[in-house]
Design a protein around this ligand. Structure first.
Ligand code: R1P
Ligand code: URA
Length: 288
């Protein structure tokens, strides 16, 4: 028998909205465009033909509307896989838990969730200005020490190779994104494998005033080469999306506007334009 989910475990606000996202089940479209920066939500929804709802709480800003007849929710998550764990769990609860009975619904609903984010390249041949779809996410964070899932042989091998290469005291994780969304959205894009870091500076090998513990992390990650699997870029959420997507049964794809190249040390002076191109590409493809 399925268990009722207690009030302390799944918090529903007095108005019937979910605790952090502040959304009610009817507020969410089945296609979700997720961005890190709350100001980027408006940069997506300005292309909608109509907006039916605007809600915000903390870093979670949501606009739901229609683009070329397709209902879409644009929502911000803030930075980091800890936010993504909350975001994905609450998004899932909105469609897969009955808020009245507090029981999981018998019929599972799968969402299409597309991350539209920025990222830094660790490969010389992927310059700033590129747009990259992540086939796999490699989590250098510890989120998956708290959940269990099944990994493919390739995913296990990549995780072990990254642990050995960086001499990490914990096992990273590697998870594949949605093949269905990769097929739908990756036309004209570079396909890569994305390292997700628990920070922007030291964990991505940046030195401002403090030397990182792994100063050559870029070279080490960029040279992990397993049967043609190469790691291409750095950001802070993809692995969390892919892990929670697998655990909860949703299609998830991370798309990256490459704004920096860490080898050539360039930062795109037109970062906003690259992100705008990515937003337009994503909307066009999901509405096709
Ligand atoms: C760091 O500047 C932030 O940018 C990237 C990283 O993943 C991190 O969240 O993504 P967003 O531009 O989507 O926030
Ligand atoms: N976001 C990141 O996390 N790293 C970069 O280098 C650029 C964007």
């Amino acid at each position: 028998m399925t268990k009722r989910i207690p009030e302390s475990e799944l918090i529903i606000n007095p108005d019937g909205s979910i605790y952090h996202l502040n959304l009610k089940p009817e507020d969410l479209a089945s296609t979700v465009i997720a961005v890190g920066d709350p100001d980027r939500v408006e940069k997506v929804s300005k292309y909608f033909d109509s907006i039916e709802l605007k809600v915000s709480k903390r870093e979670f800003v949501t606009h739901t509307g229609h683009f070329k007849g397709k209902r879409i929710t644009a929502i911000s998550t803030g930075m980091g896989t800890d936010n993504i764990e909350i975001f994905m769990t609450e998004l899932d609860a909105l469609v897969n838990v009955d808020f009245k009975t507090r029981l999981p619904k018998k019929q599972h609903t799968s969402l299409d969730i597309i991350r539209v984010g920025t990222s830094g390249s660790m490969q010389k041949d992927i310059p700033a200005g590129s747009i990259l779809a992540s086939a796999y996410g490699i989590g250098l964070d510890t989120l998956m020490a708290f959940y269990t899932t099944k990994y493919s042989e390739l995913e296990k091998n990549v995780a072990r190779a990254v642990q050995d290469s960086l001499n990490l005291p914990f096992l990273p994780y590697c998870i594949e994104g949605s093949q269905k969304l990769l097929d739908l959205l990756s036309e004209g894009l570079i396909i890569g494998n994305t390292a997700t870091c628990p920070g922007f500076f030291g964990p991505q090998g940046r030195e401002v005033r403090i030397k990182p513990a792994i100063p050559d992390i870029i070279e080490k990650l960029a040279s992990v080469n397993l049967d043609k699997f190469r790691i291409t870029n750095f950001e802070m959420e993809t692995s969390g999306y892919y892990a929670m997507g697998r655990l909860l049964g949703h299609e998830v794809l991370s798309l990256n506007a490459i704004v920096a190249n860490r080898i050539t040390q360039e930062f795109a002076d037109n970062a906003y334009e690259i992100v705008d191109d990515l937003i337009k590409h994503t909307l066009k493809k999901v509405a096709e």
